[in-house]
Design a protein around this ligand. Structure first.
Ligand SMILES: [Zn+2]
Length: 648
């Protein structure tokens, strides 16, 4: 019988730094010792070599997961700093291992005969990793690759920090905040000098851009927002792109984009550009149509306006939605009280995936805002009793605080391995404490999609395939599909109730959906602008990133560049996604296709939901994503469902 693993014993904050240092030190020591043993006396059996390699990967992932999480969310600066150092150390070791000739020889000498399919897959992927790390290059080249890899990590961290720490603000008289919701106004009193501070953090930027009637305030805030990280991050980006290009060339690929795409569903750099253009074409007609509607609405306020840009778009698109679709976001948000939404999320996903969540009251948390739950898998749909042992543990860290990650993302805390360690994951988001926008609710469902994927796929034997370990351009698909449940009237009515206890009306949800679909064409064009930027910066060098951004915006976005802004400096995905920002849209194409297997009239149909859970999510990275999707749909994925949706 396989023993059941226990959750990781986190420390309380009084000795969090010591705990983190010790956790990372022992795991790194263990990894180094196992590597030495593997090189000095490799087991004769290929399977035993792979198992020892798996042990090493488990130890490394245990450092990387915790360090990556705490560097972004821990409230203590010393812990964040220590975690950043640990990240650098584990990534350096990872780089060293990838370039270690002696270690590579151990794998090159193995015989794959007799391995089961999973072990064969581990071996093939491991050999490809070594090749992609540059292990087969000469000593001088390997040394240069090592320096470049280390440098890329440091610049990437500086770039992210440059965005995170650069919270800008505009200060305005209260009358310039006309239109903002009352609870937001109450939370933003004027200072002694009579001015209100509005920051570039999302809980300020989103409501002010959406509801603020004063065009000048919106514009000033938009300019501040798109100047975060500027100018320091511009030089960091230039260096990052140059380092990546040199790395790709040294390893034997024409561009970084080709190198990066090799291990994704899309396969090649050229295919990225083809995909971007295909989406841009498909989106043009409905994008132009909806832009004209927004511009016409703007002309009611600004007679003769010839064009509309990002400083006015959100405000007027909201006006169109409110006036033409009868959706008043301020009314909508009265149905989305944070506590009820969080409870509803757990209820909905529990029912859909056959899961139960039990508050883990004994789990130490790094901030009082964080809630922890143990996740149990129901033995059979509708079973009375959940099994005694949890499938994993999740932490929800959902409100902003100083020094915390500014966006919304899922982090691993522990990657699950069968019989060995329990899958644990974290959501880090920045939602308001009271009423949420419906967009926030959609984001919460989206991020939870990653979390549930991480937990459900946490019982593989090989850590390499554990959790969200599929190709990177597939990882968004399960999350994007889960968003559909946050758009369904029957689903929303289970938890979206206002202060008087009234459920959100089905008609309102229907209008919200139509309103949300409004602008999908121009939104897709904007996304393709970002994707083109991410790709283009990684295939050719540009002296002036702002100038190139402006060109690409002109080609792909349906909205013009705002003078005086430097958007790439705060486009954090240029670090994490590098040339692969297209993945959001690629995943959406597949998400729409997978969702076509569900019946809108019965979103919880257990046969479809469990088949999806077991065939797409639970396998993690143990098969190619295209195979998982084919296995679920009974046919290969196609572009059709997405194109039909876009054309509406
Ligand atoms: Zn996502």
């Amino acid at each position: 019988m396989i023993p059941h693993p226990q959750p990781l014993a986190l420390s309380t904050n009084d000795n969090a730094k010591e705990w983190l240092d010790e956790h990372c030190r022992t795991s790194l020591e263990q990894a180094r010792r196992l590597v030495d043993e593997l090189k000095a006396a490799p087991p004769r059996e290929t399977l035993a070599v792979l198992r020892q390699w798996n042990d090493i990967q488990v130890a490394l992932s245990n450092v990387a997961s915790v360090a990556s999480l705490f560097s972004e969310v821990h409230p203590l600066e010393a812990v964040r700093g220590g975690a950043e150092l640990a990240m650098q150390e584990v990534q350096k070791l990872d780089t060293d291992l990838g370039l270690d000739r002696d270690l590579y020889e151990v794998f090159a000498a193995t015989d794959p005969a007799g391995l089961d399919p999973q072990a064969s897959r581990v071996l093939a992927k491991t050999l490809l990793d070594f090749h992609r790390a540059g292990v087969d290059k000469d000593d001088a080249t390997r040394q240069r690759i090592r320096e470049l890899s280390e440098r890329a990590i440091v610049i990437g961290q500086e770039f992210s920090k440059g965005i995170r720490d650069d919270v800008r603000s505009v200060r305005v008289t209260p009358d310039r905040l006309d239109g903002l919701p009352q609870d937001w106004v109450d939370a933003h009193p004027a200072a002694e000098d009579g001015l209100v501070t509005v920051t570039t953090d999302y809980p300020d930027v989103i409501p002010v851009s959406t509801f603020g009637k004063d065009a000048q305030t919106r514009r000033e805030l938009q300019v501040a927002f798109h100047n975060r990280g500027w100018p320091e991050n511009d030089a960091r980006l230039q260096e990052l792109f140059a380092v990546r290009q040199e790395l790709a060339t040294l390893i034997g690929y024409p561009t970084w984009a080709d190198y990066d795409a090799e291990v994704k569903m899309i396969g090649s750099g050229r295919a990225i550009m083809e995909f971007i253009d295909k989406i841009a074409d498909a989106a043009l007609e409905s994008g132009r149509r909806d832009r004209e509607v927004v511009l016409a609405r703007m002309r009611q306020d600004v007679p003769g306006a010839q064009t509309i840009d990002g400083a006015d778009l959100r405000f007027y698109a909201e006006a169109v939605r409110r006036e033409s679709f009868d959706v008043d976001a301020q009314q909508v948000r009265t149905y989305f009280d944070f506590d009820r939404v969080r409870a509803g999320l757990l209820e909905v996903t529990g029912r859909l995936f056959g899961l139960r969540y039990r508050p883990a009251t004994d789990a130490p948390v790094w901030d009082p805002d964080v809630t922890a739950y143990d996740v149990f898998l129901e033995e059979a749909p509708g079973a009375e009793q959940a099994p005694a042992e949890p499938l994993g543990r999740i932490y929800l860290d959902l409100h902003p605080r100083e020094g915390k990650y500014k966006h919304a993302a899922q982090f691993d805390l522990v990657r699950g391995v069968r019989g060995r360690q329990l899958a644990e994951g974290v959501l880090a988001c920045n939602f308001p404490r009271g009423l949420m926008e419906h967009d926030d609710v959609v984001t919460l469902f989206h991020e939870f999609g990653h979390l549930v994927h991480h937990v459900l796929a946490g019982r593989t034997d090989w850590v390499r395939f554990s959790g969200v370990a599929t190709e990177w351009d597939f990882v968004e698909a399960p999350s994007q599909m889960l968003e559909e449940w946050a758009w369904d009237a029957d689903v929303l009515r289970t938890f979206a109730t206002n202060a008087a206890g009234e459920q959100i009306p089905a008609g309102l949800v229907e209008n919200m959906r139509r309103a949300d679909d409004f602008g999908k064409g121009y939104d897709a064009r904007t996304q393709m602008f970002y994707a083109a930027m991410s790709y283009d910066f990684h295939v050719q060098a540009h002296e002036d990133l702002t100038a190139r951004t402006r060109q690409l915006q002109g080609r792909y976005s349906l909205f013009p560049y705002i003078e005086g802004t430097h958007m790439p400096a705060s486009f954090g995905h240029l670090d994490g996604y590098s040339s692969a920002y297209y993945t959001y849209m690629w995943s959406l194409v597949i998400a729409k296709d997978m969702f076509s297997a569900f019946d809108r009239a019965d979103m919880f149909d257990p046969r479809v939901a469990r088949r999806y859970r077991d065939r797409v999510l639970a396998p993690g990275g143990s098969r190619d994503a295209a195979e998982l999707v084919t296995d679920f749909l009974g046919r290969p994925y196609t572009f059709d469902a997405y194109a039909a949706w876009l054309a509406q």
